[in-house]
Design a binder for this molecule. Structure first.
Ligand SMILES: [Zn+2]
Length: 313
């Protein structure tokens, strides 16, 4: 079965053509252009599809799967108010694309697609039940139960980023205080990190934190931590600890003890994972303690596309 998988992110659209063995045989990407009206973004998606269809006969493509950063009406293929695509509102994206290309289209949430990708091709391959976390601008999760995505009653399950870990914590995009995302989302995390880096005059990132703070990203912290910078290591470790609080709660709630950590911040490596494990083990109920397994995801940026392509299986 030849399929197309598309991963729509806030800044770029990634798309791949997969062959019968679900291997990527061609790929492309375009800027999302989320700052323009939605037709612009949809035409970027169309350009990706057009480019990939140049490699095959269109009639051989059995479906297009699309991961979208927002809530989805799965049955009708409608996207609802994706927060990182401000001009969208309610968009019947499956209809729009399938009419244009005459190919069946299925949508799902982007974090669900990433978890599904890991389930089929990555770190979740041998695992029936796990939670796949995607740490980026937002913090999303796909809950895999029995090898399938758990969508919840209306399709909105997996909003891991909006679990409250501190009722008096910083204000989150969703309007609540102290959500996981308000600590671990890239912008929130760096906003909290900058004053700490500025306070460490001997730290490796001191100069940049003073002169050019907006250029700093989590990957800079992890590189500095690897070179022995203790402030960077502590920031990553504390971020991990906060994530671990919510992971322990999720494990207690779901009786799922495997968590795969993917997305940009996950590349921060050891200090982050040490923090996660330390706080999750300390908080999870004793019955889960021995089986708690926290692993890096394996597919990196391909997880969303591969998962989206496998929506058609
Ligand atoms: Zn929130």
């Amino acid at each position: 079965m030849i399929t197309i998988g598309i991963d729509i992110g806030g800044s770029s659209i990634k798309a791949a053509l997969t062959d019968a063995g679900q291997r990527i045989v061609a790929r492309t990407r375009r800027p999302t252009m989320a700052e323009y009206e939605r037709e612009r973004t949809i035409s970027q998606i169309d350009e990706c599809i057009g480019e990939l269809l140049a490699h095959v006969e269109a009639r051989d493509v059995e479906g297009i799967g699309v991961g979208v950063p927002g809530a989805i009406d799965l049955e009708n293929g409608v996207v609802y108010y994706p927060p990182n695509l401000p001009g969208w509102g309610e968009v019947p994206l499956a209809d729009i694309l399938s009419r244009k290309w005459d190919i069946p289209v299925r949508l799902d949430n982007d974090a669900n697609c990433a978890a599904l990708g890991e389930a089929h091709f990555g770190a979740g391959r041998q695992r029936e039940h796990f939670v796949g976390l995607t740490l980026g601008t937002g913090v999303g999760a796909g809950i895999i139960i029995g090898g399938r995505i758990y969508h919840g009653q209306r399709g909105f399950a997996g909003e891991f980023g909006h679990i409250t870990i501190n009722s008096d914590g910083p204000l989150c995009n969703c309007g609540n205080h102290g959500c996981v995302e308000a600590y671990v989302g890239i912008h929130y995390m760096m906003r909290e990190a900058i004053p700490l880096l500025r306070a460490d005059m001997n730290g490796l990132l001191y100069q940049r934190a003073i002169a050019n703070p907006e250029s700093l990203m989590p990957v800079d912290l992890s590189e500095a931590a690897q070179q022995g910078d203790t402030t960077s290591r502590d920031i990553l470790r504390d971020t991990g600890k906060r994530l671990g609080i919510a992971i322990a709660s999720a494990a207690n709630l779901l009786d799922i003890t495997t968590f795969l950590i993917g997305g940009g911040i996950a590349a921060a490596g050891d200090p982050l994972f040490e923090g996660i494990i330390e706080s999750a083990i300390a908080r999870v109920l004793k019955v889960h303690r021995d089986s708690l397994t926290i692993l890096p995801a394996e597919l990196g940026n391909d997880a969303g596309m591969l998962g989206a392509a496998s929506l058609m299986l």
